[in-house]
Each structure stands twice: as C-alpha cells, then as structure tokens.
Design a protein around this ligand. Structure first.
Ligand SMILES: Nc1ncnc2c1ncn2[C@@H]1O[C@H](COP(=O)(O)OP(=O)(O)O)[C@@H](O)[C@H]1O
Ligand SMILES: [Mg+2]
Length: 365
C-alpha cells in the first residue's frame, strides 16, 4: 500500500495548458475520487500517475519516492479503464493471469492469486468463458480482477462504470465500495459523476479546467462548497442560484434583484456589512427552499408561481417562477400544490451559500 503526492503538476500539449499546478496528497489506504466535467484533465492526471503520459512540470511521488522517470512497470500501480480493455481472444482466467505470466511468476502463485480474486469478484464460475460471453458488468469485474491479482500499491480507476446502464452502475458502485472494504488499499478513482463521487469517496477532489477547485470529505464539499463551480457541480438536483445585490434596510440585510427580495440574516453572513451594495450570488439547494404554512418565515416570505410539479415518489419537485428567476424546491410529496397557482417560500437560512459574484468565491462560513 502507498501514499501518492502531486507536487505542482503541470501538463501542456503544445501551447494548451491541460493541467495547471495540481497539488494533492493521497494518503495510504485512502479512497480518493477525482471528479469534474468531461475534458477537465482527469484522465491525463491518472495517466501521468501510471507513467503512461509525460509530466511537463512538477513531481509525482509514490511512497515518498519521485517517480517521474520511473517506467509504468516499476510503479506497482494497476489501472482499470473505462472500456475494460480485455483481450478478446483470451478466457477470463487467461486475462487475469496474463500480467503475472509476463512477470514470470510461478504457476502455483498465479493460480492462487487468480482464484482469490475470482472469489472476491464472484467470477469463479466464469473463469473459462471468453469476454464476448460476458455481460458488461461481468467484463468490468474481470478488468478489476486483472488489477487485483497484481497486488498493486495503488489502484487507479478511470470512469470504470460509465459504460454500464443505470441499474448495473448502481450495483457495481456497491461492489466497488465492498471491494475497498476488503482490500483496504489506496484507490484513486476518476469520474464525471458526482453521485459516484459522493457515495464512494473518503476524500473528493473537485476539478475544473485543469485546476483543483476544492478538496475535502464528501460532506464538506456538499455543505461548504468553496466557489460557485463546486456548488453547482456537487449535489443533485442542482443548487438554485440567485444573482443580485446585497442591500441593507432598517438594520436588516436583503438580497435584491429586479424581481426578488430575499432576507439574509446576519448570522448567515457575518461579513454582511462589508458586502452591502456589492454583487452577490445566493445559493440554496432545492431541499432548502421551504414551503408550507409552518416552515415559511412569514415575515420574509417570497412569492412565486408554480410552473411544473414532478412527483418523484415520497418527494416532489416544484418548479417556481418569480419574475425572471426560476427556482426548484424539492418538498414532501402530495403537497396539494398545483401548476399555475401561487406559492410562498423562504430559505432555510442555516444552509444558504453566499458567493462574491465577481470572484465566485464563498463569503459566508
Ligand atoms: N494526446 C493529446 N493531445 C492533445 N490534447 C489532448 C491529448 N489528450 C488529451 N487532450 C486534451 O486534454 C484535455 C483533458 O483531457 P482528459 O484528461 O481526457 O479529460 P477528462 O478525462 O477529464 O475528460 C482535453 O481538452 C483533451 O482534448
Ligand atoms: Mg477521461
């Protein structure tokens, strides 16, 4: 097992800066998920760690050893790819044994490792099958099996579930969580799917445009996103954002734009005084839009009209329009609201997110 360190990593293709000063530490036994939109440089970063891509600038350490010049075979890392990359003309057993045979490991040891891995992954009955005789989920398990038998210091996963359908993806997500509990090894897992990131990660690294936006526990990143990008990227359905100014009236602070006026209690923005008159972005998750007689702050209620209601089961999504602002509230189902009618709401002030519109950085605690 091992720790990993990225020290001021930069990657350029020609003039294009793909990664720009990546600094990150991954501890021994940690399950780190690197999440970000397509094209932000996740695969490039993993490939550099695996030794498959040259590093333009900076250093990568594995177990405190700089590995920049070390070939992939010497890094003791195993990578599982999105497209599985199984050898089509080999059985499952042969696929799993192949890397070990190349290393000239003795037959008994290969046999032992393959059967152990097959057991963990429930592949034992499938060992003599060809890849084409397997389902997508089974193929993905073989790809993981191939990594396990090598007993690597670090496992790298590059969007391993993105080729599976939704149900299978959920199942495999749980399999991977179990696998981690079993192996207890260092895992670096890359995905564009924030749900996967939230559910699997011990630590999340949110990336955008080749830069780390925030690193933290899933709850940290969800509750205290550092900037507008992270706030909008993490969480489903997406956070509501309101853009306008902070104003002060009769010793109270309000968010204000052309059609909305929202109370901002001083405890939710201790530095409010400093931001009076400035452009702010107010964020509230759909769960934090409160409706219904009892939950609304009637002194500071906001009025809107209901455009659409989506029943989800025990919850429902209410799409509200207030002037030019569109707001999603997720509330308990069977609320008795109906499209076209008016609605009053307030925010769950404890959970609001306030950003400086200019810098997009969070300004409340
Ligand atoms: N070999 C390459 N040559 C030039 N540009 C590349 C190469 N590989 C990747 N890129 C570019 O680098 C950026 C990041 O790619 P990638 O790491 O694959 O992103 P992600 O995995 O986050 O989707 C993209 O803009 C991509 O077009
Ligand atoms: Mg990728």
């Amino acid at each position: 097992m091992a720790s990993v360190k990225f020290l001021n990593i930069t990657k350029k293709y020609g003039e294009n800066v793909i990664l720009n000063g990546i600094d990150s530490e991954i501890n021994d036994h940690e399950f780190v998920v690197i999440v970000g939109p397509s094209g932000c440089g996740k695969t490039t970063l993993l490939r550099m760690l695996a030794g498959l891509e040259e590093i333009t600038d900076g250093e990568i350490e594995i177990d405190k050893l700089v590995v920049n010049e070390l070939p992939p075979s010497k890094r003791e890392i195993a990578m599982v790819f999105q497209d599985y990359a199984l050898y089509p003309h080999m059985t499952v057993r042969e696929n799993m044994s192949f890397a070990l045979k190349l290393r000239k490991m003795n037959k008994a040891e290969i046999e032992k490792r393959v059967s152990e891995a097959a057991q963990i992954l429930q592949l034992t009955p499938l060992l003599e099958r060809m890849p084409r005789q397997l389902s997508g989920g089974q193929r993905q398990r073989v790809a993981i099996g191939r990594a396990i038998v090598r007993k690597p210091k670090v496992f790298l996963f590059d969007e391993p579930l993105s080729n599976l359908d939704a149900k299978l993806r959920e199942e495999m997500r749980i399999e991977i969580a179990k696998l981690y509990q079993n192996l207890n090894s260092t895992i670096v897992y890359v995905t564009h799917d924030q749900v996967e990131a939230m559910t699997l990660a011990g630590k999340i690294v949110v990336m955008n445009r080749g830069i780390i936006q925030q690193t933290g526990s899933p709850l940290d990143v969800y509750r205290k996103p550092k900037n507008v990008f992270v706030a909008g990227f993490i969480g489903s359905p997406t956070m509501n954002f309101f853009r306008g100014k902070l104003v002060k009236e009769k010793e109270e602070f309000y968010f204000l734009n052309e059609s909305l006026k929202i109370f901002v209690p001083a405890y939710a923005l201790p530095e409010a005084e400093k931001y009076v008159g400035r452009e702010i972005t107010l964020g509230a998750r759909p769960d934090d839009i409160l409706t219904g007689e009892k939950s609304v702050d009637h002194q500071h209620k906001v009025k809107g009209s209901i455009e659409v209601i989506e029943l989800l089961g025990h919850r429902e999504n209410i799409y509200i329009k207030a002037g030019e602002n569109r707001i999603l509230a997720t509330v308990d189902a069977f609320s008795n609201y109906s499209p076209g009618s008016g609605i009053e709401f307030s925010l769950n002030y404890q959970n609001i997110h306030v950003f400086d519109t200019l810098t997009e950085q969070r300004i409340n605690p």
